[in-house]
Design a protein around this ligand. Structure first.
Ligand SMILES: [Zn+2]
Ligand SMILES: [Zn+2]
Length: 544
C-alpha cells in the first residue's frame, strides 16, 4: 500500500443487522472500531453467536494497534472474546463499556491476558498514527462515545450508535459543541453515521419519554410489576433481578455509580415469595422470546423464582426485533394464558419503549454540524443505508459526496479523492456454545462438517396435540454417529429425553420451539459428556 492513503474497511454491520466492526488503516497501521456479534436467526440451529470474519485483520496482524469501542451493546463488543483469542491487541473503551467487557472476558478466561485501557469523552489519545477524540453521545445505554479520528488526510468521525437525547437519564449530554467545532474548522474528511432509524421521520423521543407510561402502569398495577428501578423505588417496591444478563449489567451499573439503589431495596429472586405481590418489582431478562431466557421460562411457568400469577403486570419494554416476532408473540400468548396484564410495544402512546437511535431530523442535525466532505451510512441493513444515503444527498449545503459501502468493501482516500479499490473476505462466523474451538465458517459448512465428522441424531417425540401428553417412548434415529456401546447409549439417551419431558410443563410441551430447544440442550450436554462428540441434534416433534 503506497503511503499517504487512508483505507476504511467495514468488516461487519454494513448491509446487515449487528456485528459492527470497522478497520481504519493508514500505511502500516490499523485501528479497529468495535467488535460486535449478531444473534443467530432461528435457522442456525445449535449456533450460539455469530461474529464477523476477521481474515483481513489476521492477514495484517502485525499492523493492528488496537480495538476502540464506542459503547457496550453486544452488537459492538460481543465478538471480542473470539477476536482477542485470535489477535490479542489493546482494547480501548469508556469505564462502563470496559466493565461489561471485563465480565465477558472473565467468562471466557481471557481477562488475565487482556490489555484494557480506559478512555474518557473529551480526552484525546494516540494509537499509532491516529489521534482519537472520544465525543460524548446519548443512546439507550450510558457512557457511549462517537470517535473523531484525526488522520493526515483529515478527521474521520464515526458516530457509534446514537440519538440526540436532550434529557438523558444520566444527565450526561450529547456533546453537540464538539461536533460543531469540527464542522466549523472544516476539517472533517468523512462522517460515518448510524443508519438504524434512517427510515423514521422526525425525532426519536428521549429515554425519559417512557416515564409517563410507566408511571401510569405503576400507579394502577395492583400486583407485581416487572419494570425499571427508579419508579420501583418511588412506589416503594422491592426489586428482584432475574436472569443473568439483567443481573450482570445492573451490578456493573451499581458498582460504577450509574444506578443508585438504597440499601435493602434489592432482594434475591428467592425472596420474591416472601413479599406481598404489590411490594415487588421484578426485572427479568429475555424480551425477545429467546426460548431459554428467564422471561420465556416464567411465561410457561417453569422458572424457580419468577412465578407469574393472574393479575400480575408484565411490561415488555423493548423493540420487537424483526425476525423475532414469532417467538415474542408466542411468549406473549403464554403470558396472556397465565392471565397476566401484558403491556408491550403496540404503537400506542405514551410508549413503553423508545428507540436508542437517531431519526431523520437528528441525523440531519449532525450532518449540518459536522459538514463532512464525504458521508457514508453505517450500522444498517441495505435499505436503511440507502435511505440514509438519500437523506444525506438532499443536504446540499452540509454534505459533500455521499458514498455507499457494504461489509468487505475497501474504500481508499487520498489527496485526489475516494474510491472503492478492493474486496476483502467477510461473512458470518458461527460459534457453538461460546467455545472458541467451535468456530464454523458458515452454516452450510457447519452442517456438512457436523454430518461428516460427528453425524446426526434425531430424537423423535410423539405428542398428542389435544392433551399435550407424550404418547410413546421417544425414538432416536442416528446417522453417521456411533456411540461405542450403542444399545446402552440409546437407552440412556431415551431415558434422558423422557426425563426432560417429565420435567416440563404442559405448556412447554405445547410450545414446540421451547421443548425442542430443551431436548436439544439436554441431549447435547449428555452426548458431549459421554462421547466428546458434537453431532447435529435435530429434535422432531410428531403431532398425533
Ligand atoms: Zn447500541
Ligand atoms: Zn448497535
Amino acid at each position: 500500500m503506497p503511503a499517504r492513503k487512508l483505507h476504511l474497511v467495514p468488516l461487519g454491520g454494513l448491509g446487515e443487522f449487528g456485528m459492527n466492526c470497522m478497520a481504519v488503516r493508514w500505511g502500516e497501521d490499523i485501528m479497529v472500531i468495535d467488535a460486535g456479534l449478531m444473534f443467530p436467526e432461528s435457522e442456525l440451529l445449535g449456533v450460539d453467536i455469530v461474529v464477523p470474519d476477521i481474515t483481513y485483520l489476521l492477514e495484517h496482524r502485525e499492523k493492528v494497534r488496537g480495538i476502540v469501542l464506542t459503547h457496550g451493546h453486544e452488537d459492538h463488543i460481543g465478538g471480542l472474546p473470539w477476536i482477542l483469542s485470535e489477535l490479542n491487541v489493546p482494547v480501548f473503551g469508556t469505564e462502563f463499556t470496559l466493565a461489561l467487557v471485563e465480565n465477558k472476558l472473565e467468562e471466557h478466561d481471557l481477562l488475565d491476558d487482556a490489555d484494557l485501557r480506559e478512555i474518557r469523552a473529551g480526552t484525546r489519545f494516540n494509537l499509532g498514527p491516529f489521534t482519537i477524540n472520544p465525543i460524548q453521545v446519548t443512546h439507550s445505554l450510558v457512557d457511549c462515545v462517537a470517535l473523531a479520528i484525526h488522520t493526515p488526510l483529515g478527521v474521520v468521525i464515526h458516530t457509534g450508535d446514537f440519538k440526540v437525547d436532550p434529557t438523558p437519564t444520566d444527565n450526561r449530554l450529547f456533546d453537540l459543541h464538539t461536533f460543531a467545532e469540527y464542522g466549523k474548522e472544516g476539517s472533517v474528511l468523512v462522517l460515518l453515521q448510524d443508519s438504524t432509524n434512517a427510515e423514521r421521520r422526525g425525532y426519536t423521543p428521549s429515554e425519559r419519554a417512557v416515564r409517563g407510561r410507566f408511571d401510569e402502569i405503576f400507579a394502577r398495577a395492583e400486583r407485581r410489576i416487572k419494570v425499571t428501578i427508579d419508579l420501583a423505588r418511588e412506589y416503594r417496591r422491592k426489586i428482584a433481578l432475574v436472569g443473568r444478563s439483567i443481573s450482570e449489567s445492573t451490578e456493573i451499573a451499581l458498582d460504577l455509580g450509574y444506578l443508585d439503589v438504597p440499601e435493602g431495596t434489592l432482594i434475591h429472586p428467592g425472596q420474591i415469595k416472601e413479599h406481598a405481590p404489590q411490594q415487588v418489582c421484578v426485572l427479568i431478562s429475555g424480551t425477545q422470546g429467546e426460548p431459554m431466557s428467564a422471561l420465556s421460562r416464567a411465561a410457561v411457568d417453569n422458572h424457580k423464582h419468577a412465578k407469574i400469577e393472574p393479575g400480575d403486570t408484565v411490561v415488555l419494554s423493548s423493540r420487537i426485533i424483526p425476525g423475532n416476532e414469532k417467538g415474542i408473540y408466542r411468549m406473549i400468548d403464554h403470558l396472556f394464558r397465565r392471565e397476566a396484564d401484558v403491556i408491550y410495544e403496540d404503537g400506542s402512546s405514551p410508549p413503553v419503549h423508545v428507540s436508542g437511535h437517531a431519526s431523520q431530523e437528528e441525523l440531519k442535525l449532525v450532518m449540518n454540524l459536522v459538514k463532512p466532505r464525504y458521508f457514508i451510512p453505517i450500522h444498517g441493513e441495505y435499505r436503511q443505508l440507502r435511505i440514509h444515503a438519500d437523506l444525506a444527498r438532499s443536504m446540499h449545503g452540509a454534505v459533500g459526496q455521499v458514498l455507499m459501502m457494504e461489509s468487505g468493501d475497501v474504500l481508499e482516500f487520498d489527496e485526489l479523492g475516494a474510491r472503492k479499490i478492493d474486496k476483502v473476505p467477510v461473512g458470518r462466523v458461527c460459534i457453538d456454545s461460546g467455545s472458541r474451538s467451535d468456530v464454523v465458517e458458515d452454516l452450510v459448512i457447519k452442517d456438512r462438517r457436523h454430518l461428516s465428522e460427528d453425524g446426526i441424531v434425531l430424537p423423535i417425540i410423539a405428542i398428542n396435540k389435544l392433551t399435550g401428553s407424550v404418547e410413546s417412548i421417544p425414538e432416536i434415529v442416528m446417522r453417521g454417529f456411533a456411540a461405542g456401546a450403542e444399545d446402552g447409549f440409546v437407552h440412556e439417551a431415551r431415558r434422558l429425553i423422557a426425563n426432560t419431558l417429565d420435567g416440563s410443563t404442559a405448556e412447554e410441551k405445547a410450545d414446540y420451539g421451547v421443548i425442542k430447544e430443551k431436548i436439544r440442550a439436554d441431549l447435547k450436554r449428555f452426548i458431549v459428556k459421554t462421547t466428546s462428540r458434537r453431532p447435529l441434534i435435530m429434535p422432531v416433534i410428531l403431532e398425533i
